[in-house]
Design a protein around this ligand. Structure first.
Ligand SMILES: *Cc1c(COP(=O)(O)O)cnc(C)c1O
Length: 229
């Protein structure tokens, strides 16, 4: 089954199992351990009624792209189902850093000094220490968040040295109209030269390719939850 056919089977109760199977196959083909890839089920726009069956299907790691939306559904789900992990995969505003650090276990959208400063302040004043990813705008798209590839090394160094942040890895979202592989390769290369182990890359249409290129976190929405309005 191709990734596109896989996306078409979503809505069915077996969608999560089909994604799991495709991840397993991609790992075998890449000679990687299944445990080296974390599946983040991206539940943005879906309500608790749609999310609950996926939790009951065994999924424990979820992603949301808006702090406000996540606040309306996840605190209740988290108290019903202990052991869930929540990742913020969308852009973060500095004035939402406090809420983001309170709610999320990982933040994939660190991309500018003002965010670093706001995160450092919250991380230092709380016990929580979310896993942080620097977002790279590999396609250099003006409308997209992320740091330009040529500025990545200096930015990662500033995150560490100036703001005292522990950076866990890099995240990218390839341009929709381009082959994703070169973007995954570029992200992996920037991570390697900066000593970063984690790579958040790959969505419903391209997670198998991302796994070939070393993704440690794939962010899969529509292939699990179905088409978004
Ligand atoms: C929505 C979203 C995804 C999931 O996209 P699908 O194509 O539905 O799998 C992944 N990453 C980010 C940053 C997103 O906003």
């Amino acid at each position: 089954m191709t990734d596109k056919q896989l996306a078409a089977t979503s809505h069915s109760p077996n969608a999560l199992a089909a994604v799991e199977e495709a991840i397993g196959r991609a790992c075998r083909e890449a000679r990687r351990e299944r445990a080296s890839v974390t599946l983040i089920a991206v539940s943005k726009t879906f309500d608790a009624g749609a999310i609950t069956p996926v939790i009951e299907g065994g999924q424990r790691v979820f992603g949301e792209n808006r702090v406000q939306e996540a606040k309306t559904k996840w605190p209740a789900l988290m108290s019903s189902y202990p052991g869930l992990t929540l990742h913020l995969i969308g852009p973060l505003q500095s004035n939402k850093a406090k809420e983001a650090v309170a709610l999320f276990d990982a933040i994939h959208s660190v991309d500018r000094p003002s965010i670093c400063q706001a995160l450092a302040k919250e991380i230092n004043s709380r016990k929580k220490n979310p896993q942080l990813f620097v977002q790279i705008n590999t396609g250099e798209e003006p409308q997209k968040a992320g740091i330009a590839p040529q500025d990545a090394d200096a930015f990662i160094a500033a995150c560490r040295d100036r703001y005292g942040l522990e950076i866990s890895g890099l995240m990218c979202i390839p341009p929709v109209d381009q082959a994703p592989a070169p973007h995954f390769a570029l992200t992996a290369k920037i991570a390697a030269r900066n000593g970063l182990k984690n790579l958040s890359m790959g969505m419903s249409a391209d997670f198998a390719t991302a796994i070939q290129f070393g993704a440690t976190h794939v962010r899969v929405g529509s292939a699990i939850f179905g088409h978004r309005e």
